[in-house]
Design a protein around this ligand. Sequence first.
Ligand code: SF4
Length: 368
Amino acid sequence: MSTYDASPNDARYTVPGRYWHRLDDGRIQCDLCPRDCRLHAGQRGLCFVRAREGDAMVLTSYGRSSGFCIDPIEKKPLNHFLPGTPVLSFGTAGCNLACKFCQNWDISKSREIDRLADAASPERIAEVAQRLGCRSVAFTYNDPVIFLEYAVDVAAACRARGIKSVAVTAGYISAAARPEFYAAMDAANVDLKAFTEDFYHRLCGGHLQPVLDTLVYLKRETQVWFEITTLLIPGHNDGDAEVEALSHWVMEQLGPDVPLHFTAFHPDWKLTDVPHTPPATLTRARDIARRAGLHHVYTGNVHDRDGGSTWCSGCGTRLIGRDWYELDVWNLDARGHCRSCGTPCPGVFEARPGAWGARRQPVHIATA
Ligand code: SF4
């Protein structure tokens, strides 16, 4: 547990926090994520955006964002959820893990909450997403668990307009908060950062088991469409035995149809002495996972048309051809079944793919 001394909170963006309780020693404990931060007066939790104000927990980043951008849904990455469609993406500040390899560290490690660029109400976000033709809104760049109150309100405003909500998350959330958070979401990409407690402890300052619990919860207790991403970091989590153990766990606990993405690391934040992931490592991991029985295993952050495409588990037809974020083949019928053999492809599909392509378009939410 780590805490920070709180700078004064901006009342415009501060709301009562949920999931906390008082302790006998006068501190209050946050119950939102497994960190269980215990706060004295004037302190913030490790995530920085939740703080003690008076005798209660508050969220200090409600309605503030680090900026909005329209991305392809494949960038989250989600390959089986409305392929080819645009998603309005945003994040806030802070994070509840402390990954030394963070690839969004300028946002997630930000302590300068006052510099968050865009103020945006839930209704405004939903309205802009609809006007710009986005099929979904993604909570991404940093982990939405830490701004749960804001994320679920945005998701509710989006649902009222027929816009889906996507959580890009490390799955580091308490059992108490999971039902509310995931009831608001339609899809998620969950980072499974490695398959050892040692990795989570040394490189993320967290634990593996709560993430596995979240994945099992998603599979057994919800209708949320979810995919898993593992960033392979040379020498840290890319050994054959670890990839094999991870793949067998997914197969046994979640089944063969949950997509698994192995993505390439680039040196960042505090892990700059580790090289880029060679494409051959991703291909090797994909082969191991497929041998374990998983039907939909992808390579990511590289040009690899075979590793980026979706293949029919029944007859081997290329169902969706992909090179990075560009789609070039579509062999699904209107129900999302293989046109060659009729085998259903797991996921959320429409009769036709979207045509957003690989574009990335910044959005100024106040004037959009
Ligand atoms: S959500 Fe933030 S304040 Fe709450 S336990 Fe997690 S890191 Fe600590």
